[in-house]
Write a protein that binds this ligand. Structure first.
Ligand code: ZN
Length: 479
């Protein structure tokens, strides 16, 4: 700190008395005078991101420009510089994608904490011993990444954490029924040795997942918790403006007796869904009796098949894991009782890619508006064009948006590539899917300056005064 302060004084305030510097050195802490302290204490103001400086390279490999990309979101995300391929099924998440993902995680935090979820972070390196106790060390087969340490102890890279979290609970000797339900969740990297990773972030070998584990005093309470998590998932997908469907599902190698999946309907989806148009029954194909053509619930309508991308999965586990690990609590009768459990997954990177998959056109990304990496892109006029004089208006606009709209803090970029025409930059902005693109052109030079605003979510273009623009943008929800 001291070094920084002195640097600051010497660089910015050559008139600072030398005595102060000496005093500083002797006392080991700085006491600059008020008129100078501003340099040391002022918060750095984040500069407006400039499009020319954003690290957003096109990441299509040679020969991939054509139609051999496996799905739309993969192609668009590579083209737009959101991801970069690494090993099979692994990607670099580049800055814009990461901004979007961080927003999604904030949204997930809001919804999980609204139902009492508490965030934790468990080790990715999981000892084999736990998995052997639950019987899943063998069961998981080749899908699990396994490794061995220098002491010849086996580990896996966690694909899911039922064993770990139940062991954590079991190690608490003082857990009381008063502390239940307990909902612990994390958002971490998960690993799965997919035989054929494909579809970019939709089916990778390394991905982000939100996994939540619930502990309850009884089956009834656990089912209540189960419903509240399902509702939270629905709310979350609604807030993203996505069409989704909740279907009854197979419990697979997680186990338990009740399970649902949350899907985004999409042709590229790998799951076959069956739905009844009459009573709303919906199920994963795997859970319906072979040859069943009529709805098993209302028996009056045929089941219609569609495809979906699974983005969430919920399981009521009962005591499958808590029994094995002896995860108990002290009941109201002051007796030890085994906790009833549920587990709940959301594919974080999957939601990101799947929403781009279902919302975008062939050549333009459309985001759930809340997740767009930046909300607003401002296009100043082309250098040397007739509208050149409006250049300062663009800069002023960036300033006033930053000063007056708290919701847009850090959400505005300036496309400073003024050697390019507005048309060319508008095309790029359309491709990247900023929800609002503001063109500062000819009309901005009129006596009453007017800005052209392209609302890319609706496809509408409107002409607004600065006040009108501020009014429009003040309504933009951000997270
Ligand atoms: Zn039906």
């Amino acid at each position: 700190m001291e070094v920084l302060m002195h640097l600051c004084h010497h660089k910015l305030c050559p008139l600072l008395p030398r005595t102060l510097s000496r005093a500083c050195r002797r006392n080991h802490h700085c006491t600059p005078q008020p008129s100078h302290s501003v340099h040391a204490l002022a918060k750095p103001v984040a500069p407006t991101p400039l499009v020319s400086r954003l690290f957003q390279p096109s990441n299509l490999r040679e020969g991939q420009e054509g139609g051999d990309m496996t799905c739309r979101s993969q192609r668009l995300m590579l083209q737009a510089g959101l991801i970069h391929p690494s090993n099979p099924g692994c990607f670099y998440y580049l800055p814009a994608a990461l901004r979007s993902m961080e927003k999604l995680v904030r949204l997930i935090d809001e919804e999980m904490q609204a139902i009492g979820g508490q965030k934790v972070d468990m080790p990715a390196l999981c000892g084999a011993e736990l998995w052997k106790r639950s019987g899943r060390w063998e069961l998981m087969g080749k899908e699990m990444f396994r490794l061995r340490d220098r002491h010849d102890i086996d580990y896996c890279l966690g694909p899911t954490h039922e064993e770990a979290v139940t062991e954590l609970l079991a190690s608490q000797s003082t857990l009381s029924y008063r502390q239940l339900p307990l909902l612990l969740y994390q958002v971490t990297r998960k690993f799965r040795d997919e035989q054929k990773p494909k579809f970019g972030l939709l089916r990778g070998r390394e991905f982000y997942m939100k996994d939540m584990y619930s502990f309850d005093i009884s089956e009834e309470a656990a089912l209540h918790t189960y419903q509240s998590v399902c509702h939270a998932y629905g709310r979350l997908l609604d807030r993203l403006g996505l069409k989704w469907v909740q279907v009854q599902a197979d419990t697979g190698n997680i186990g338990g007796t009740l399970s649902h999946e949350f899907h985004l309907p999409a042709d590229v989806g790998e799951d076959r869904l069956l739905m009844c148009g009459n009573c709303g029954f919906s199920a994963n194909f795997e859970t319906v009796e072979p040859g069943q053509a009529d709805c098993p619930q209302c028996h009056t309508a045929p089941l219609v098949e569609s495809k979906g991308i699974e983005v969430g999965h919920t399981f009521y586990l009962g005591t499958k894991y808590s029994q094995v690990f002896n995860a108990t609590f002290t009941s109201a009768q002051n007796k030890p009782a085994v906790a009833e459990m549920g587990c709940f997954g959301l594919g974080v990177t999957r939601i990101l890619a799947a929403s781009i998959e279902v919302l975008s056109s062939e050549d333009s990304i459309r985001w759930p508006r809340l997740l767009a990496p930046y909300q607003v892109c401002i296009l100043p006029p082309k250098k040397g064009s007739k509208a050149n004089e409006a250049m300062h208006l663009a800069e002023e606009l960036v300033q006033s948006l930053g000063n007056s709209l708290l919701n847009l803090k850090g959400e505005v970029v300036l496309d400073d590539r003024t050697q390019l025409t507005i048309g060319k930059r508008l095309k790029d902005a359309n491709r990247l899917g900023y929800p609002y693109v503001v063109v500062v052109g000819q009309k901005a030079m009129e006596e009453q300056p007017v800005f052209e605003v392209v609302c890319q979510q609706s496809g509408d273009t409107v002409f607004l005064s600065k006040d009108g623009l501020l009014d429009l943008l003040s309504g933009a929800e951000t997270i």
